[in-house]
Design a protein around this ligand. Structure first.
Ligand code: NQM
Length: 360
């Protein structure tokens, strides 16, 4: 007998995942993870016996419940189900899957829809931070139809605006977890930063790269992969993340001067496959490095940043990602401070029904 588990499959931004209500999964973490491995079909490079899409960007899970935080409507736990290993990790957050969380919570009756749009306050359990998603709800119903386009997704959908509150240091304890805006690790200058996602920025030119290489070319470069992984393992400890050999953070972002009118160009290892675009919170961390003094980002920027409200355009392999930021200059500390990060995503409900759990 197979067991039927209520589930929705949604595209969230440039990722895709399975969305569950917490009450439909086991409370026991180990049992829950066993279920998720079987439901997604891991470990198997093709995830052929499950619903996973055989890539880290399509092997993701969101678990939603009424909020335990008095300033939020719902709790969101993100889990990365590793494709080729029997591992489920809560060590990172995901801002793309986050885009589907607001519509899912409204459609599942956890949040009541307003007449035009509905703000859903989301407590992100992986980091403890809060995001506010503005979901279009004409006549009190979620719509996925609209004119918003995001690079990496064909066509257009309804816009979902996401505002992040206080995400600095949410995984590592501080914005610059090593205490420095740049460090030398294994003879390479890097910036380790956490504004919602732990990221290590590295200059592409230091690896003999232009920064325009495709994800497939970078993944085929074994020597590059092992240098980046060895820097990552050292950076993980310096960033207070402990031994990261089995963690999906920190992400490793190769940066270079922009090619298409943006502020900076990126190729991001997440951390072993190369992202076809860039993660949402990953891009917020990169954008933050662009506005702070002394980072390696400042070596490759198209232009330098002044304080105020601004749009930071981060280029990636399939287009651009725009992060809205508000920054002020604290002259006492002689440093810039980031007050707000916001961005536009879209999401779409692809399937609603039961995921079938095979007998063990
Ligand atoms: O950085 C990929 C994605 C992500 C995570 C990854 C994300 C984020 O694109 O917030 O969205 O970096 O693993 O879904």
């Amino acid at each position: 007998m197979q067991q039927a588990i209520p589930c929705s499959i949604m595209r969230g931004g440039t990722s895709k995942g399975l969305y569950f209500l917490a009450k439909d999964l086991p409370e026991d973490k180990q049992q829950r993870n066993q279920w998720l491995l079987r439901l997604l079909g891991s470990p198997d490079v093709r995830q052929i016996d499950g619903l996973g899409g055989a890539h880290p960007l399509t092997s993701k899970v969101a678990i939603i419940s009424p909020s335990t935080h008095n300033d939020a409507d719902i709790d969101y736990l993100f889990l990365q189900v590793v494709v080729d290993k029997a591992e489920v990790s809560d060590a990172q957050n995901c801002g793309n899957i986050l885009a589907g969380v607001g519509p899912f919570a409204i459609e599942q009756g956890l949040v009541s829809a307003k007449q035009e749009s509905t703000d859903v306050r989301i407590h992100m359990l992986n980091t403890g931070a809060i995001a506010v998603a503005r979901v279009p709800t004409p006549q009190g119903k979620v719509t996925y139809q609209g004119d918003a386009q995001i690079d990496g997704v064909p066509g257009s959908s309804a816009p979902i605006l996401i505002d992040f509150l206080d995400i600095a240091g949410s995984s590592c304890g501080s914005l610059f977890p090593t205490g420095n805006s740049r460090d030398r690790i294994q003879n390479t200058m890097v910036t380790c930063i956490d504004n919602g996602m732990p990221v290590v920025l590295l200059r592409a030119e230091d690896f003999g790269l232009s920064g325009a290489e495709s994800p497939a070319e970078l993944e085929a470069n074994q020597a590059l992969r092992s240098s980046i992984e060895s820097i990552r393992l050292e950076a993980g400890t310096l960033m207070n993340l402990g031994d990261v050999s089995n963690k999906t953070v920190p992400k490793m972002s190769l940066i270079s001067p922009p090619l298409k009118g943006g502020l900076i160009n990126t190729r991001t290892f997440i951390p072993h496959r190369v992202h076809e675009a860039i993660g949402v919170l990953g891009s917020v961390s990169v954008a933050t490095a662009c506005v702070l003094q002394g980072t390696v980002a400042s070596d490759v920027l198209a232009q330098h940043i002044a304080e105020g409200a601004m749009e930071i355009v981060v280029e990636h392999p399939t287009g651009q990602f725009t992060v809205e930021m508000e920054v002020s200059n604290n002259s006492d500390l002689n440093e810039f401070q980031v007050h707000r990060a916001a961005l536009l995503r879209t999401a779409r409900l692809l399937m609603r029904g039961d995921a079938m759990l095979a007998e063990e």
